[in-house]
Design a protein around this ligand. Sequence first.
Ligand code: SAM
Length: 282
Amino acid sequence: MSERSVRSGGRLLIVGTPIGNLGDLSPRAAEALATADVIACEDTRRTGRLLQLSGIEKRPLLVCNEHTEVRAFGEVASRVAAGETVALVSDAGMPGISDPGERLVASLLERGAPIEVVPGPTAAVSALVLSGLATDRFVFEGFLPRKGGERTGRLAEIAAERRTVVCYESPKRAAKTLADLVAVCGPERRVAVGRELTKLHEEVVRGSLGEVAVLLADRELKGEVVLVIEGAVADERAWDDERISARLAELIEGGSSTRDAVAQVVTESGAAKRHVYDLATR
Ligand code: SAM
């Protein structure tokens, strides 16, 4: 291991914090927070509590949440230029992963500011490695859009995706999203639902999409949830008219509108939209 722990000097330090278990705050992350001139955080109360529970003395806090991130650019940049160390944290896990941070980092890079990372837990990778599904290639979808064409389009992309897919979801919406995934991916694909990872009630429900959707439809899920969905198995058959029509019929029987089914089959097959539409409406 290198003797360097956390260098001092003007820089932004992106610091990962626990996703539920305080014991996951690394010694290097604790040192980064304890020695930062200022901590840019989403919520001052949450970060204040993290410092307190970790035995770290109070530090000046600067709010950098989804509303203030752009406004914080200037202050963070001038502090870094003046030689200060600014630590960036989010409420939990890695900043920038479905949390503020991405735009701040891009803005500081544009200004030539030094940036380092103190890596920590993230729910997406934690759920992925627990899932039992392929970890060699995966995609992170963050939170799916809640409704409309944007949601339909993203679900269609997931149905066609060959790599393992990781999605964040609220516990209240998990059953609906699983049902939507069954409709677009079919019931056979495997899924793992990671809940309350690293916490007292940690649980991973694994099975086929059909089984898990039924199981969780009857349960009131509590806590935080990640969905990990097996990639589509390569189907080397050609997308001839017979296969396109069969897939359209399967999706429409599963509850998709003609429009959504056409959009999905276009994504899956790469066939011309006009042709798929003709097959769907003849
Ligand atoms: N920045 C965080 C990270 O690195 O994982 C993610 C923040 S995002 C606002 C919050 C979402 O992450 C939750 O809705 C849930 O999907 C997931 N999540 C966070 N902590 C979790 C945990 N302990 N168990 C399961 N999912 C979790």
